[in-house]
Design a protein around this ligand. Structure first.
Ligand SMILES: *Cc1c(COP(=O)(O)O)cnc(C)c1O
Length: 355
């Protein structure tokens, strides 16, 4: 039976990307050696990093004056590296969920933190709008897609201070105006690659400004100056990211990804809104195109385990919701086909007919 992978992360990747990465793990560039057993300083590997950076710049239309680097530690390590590198006195944070809260918590270790707005009052079911951004803060931190709650901020904010965005789960899903950000970062394992690498797009002029001493490996400047080659980078995840970026380019780039994301989301949200059993958890104008969250209506709540078992029996994988939201979450990253979403909709309709 065909499986449809709706996992939230690590998550679906195009088959070709997995195959090309697996092939390089067996024999890298016809060298007779595995990608896993060559030096990251080998002359064959440097072009992999260079090409990955070049495709980041091309696909996201990154202007001059920004660097792209690859690090370890996941998006979570960035939560502390960001204030370490950029917080002199005060930072502003928009609180839209668990990840945003974790980022904010780390900043408090380094200085004053202003929470510009929070949707905690309604279990993060919306993204706050029209909040004031303090002009005297060093930066504003936002989380553009809230993977757990299924909400997304798809607008590039106008801000008097640099915007730093966690785009772990919606990078490369739509065009963005990078010039409106001071930094964009994320773990790769949602929409870019396998787990193990973190990407950082950073505006060079923001680096080296704080007065504190920064440990070498936690200093973005170290990594920018050495082109992600300070120490051994995660070679296989970077290679996998490169394959995925090539795939995105071949599909028509981020514009094509955005179109497909909209198409998938329209189909699934339409069914959630139509089906008598289900209801969406996110407020409509905050709905994510990447993580689509829904629950059974109050009167059908006891069918939860049954629907999960039914969907699983039909090949749906990873549709159980996060414990903080309950119900179901269909993560629809770039590699998810419209066919996959239609298969899930068919499940929902069949289940509705039986109840
Ligand atoms: C998954 C996720 C993280 C955590 O990423 P790690 O790479 O596991 O540290 C952070 N932010 C968002 C929005 C996420 O979806």
């Amino acid at each position: 039976m065909k499986k449809y992978n709706f996992n939230a992360g690590p998550s679906i990747l195009p088959r070709e990307v997995i195959e090309a990465t697996a092939q390089a793990c067996l024999d890298f560039n016809g060298s007779g050696l595995s990608l896993m057993e060559i030096s990251h300083r080998a002359k064959d590997f440097q072009p992999v990093v260079d090409e990955t950076v070049a495709l980041f710049k091309e696909l996201l239309n990154i202007p001059e004056g920004y660097s792209v680097i690859f690090l370890g530690g996941g998006a979570s390590l960035e939560f502390c590296m960001i204030p370490y590198n950029f917080l002199e006195k005060k930072a502003a944070y928009l609180n839209t969920g668990v990840w945003a809260t974790k980022a904010e918590k780390e900043a408090k270790l380094f200085g004053e933190v202003v929470e510009v707005a929070s949707s905690k009052d309604k279990n993060f079911t919306y993204v706050p709008k029209n909040f004031d951004i303090p002009a005297d803060a060093d930066y504003l931190h936002i989380t553009t897609n809230n993977t757990i709650y299924g909400t997304e901020l798809r607008e590039d904010l106008d801000s008097p201070i640099p915007v730093i965005a966690d785009m772990s789960s919606d990078i490369f899903s739509r065009p963005i105006d990078v010039s409106k950000y001071g930094m964009i970062y994320g773990g790769a394992q949602k929409n870019l690659s396998m787990a193990g690498v973190t990407f950082v797009i950073v505006k060079d002029e923001l680096l080296g400004k704080v007065s504190r001493q920064i440990p070498t490996m936690l200093n973005y400047k170290t990594h920018v100056d050495k082109g992600s080659m300070v120490n051994t980078p995660p070679v296989v995840p970077i290679y996998c990211a490169l394959q995925n970026l090539k795939w995105i380019k071949a599909q028509g780039g981020v514009e094509a990804m955005a179109k497909r994301a909209q198409e998938r989301a329209d189909i699934l949200y339409a069914e959630i809104d139509r089906n008598k059993l289900f209801v969406g958890t996110a407020e409509k104008d905050s709905r994510s195109l990447m993580n689509i969250t829904f629950v059974l209506k109050e009167e059908y709540k006891d069918l939860e385990a049954e629907f999960l078992a039914f969907a699983t029996s039909k090949g749906m994988v990873g549709v159980k919701g996060h414990r903080d939201v309950g119900g179901f979450r269909a993560s629809c990253y770039n590699a998810m086909s419209v066919e996959g979403v239609k298969a899930l909709v068919a499940c929902m309709q069949e289940f509705e007919a039986a109840h």
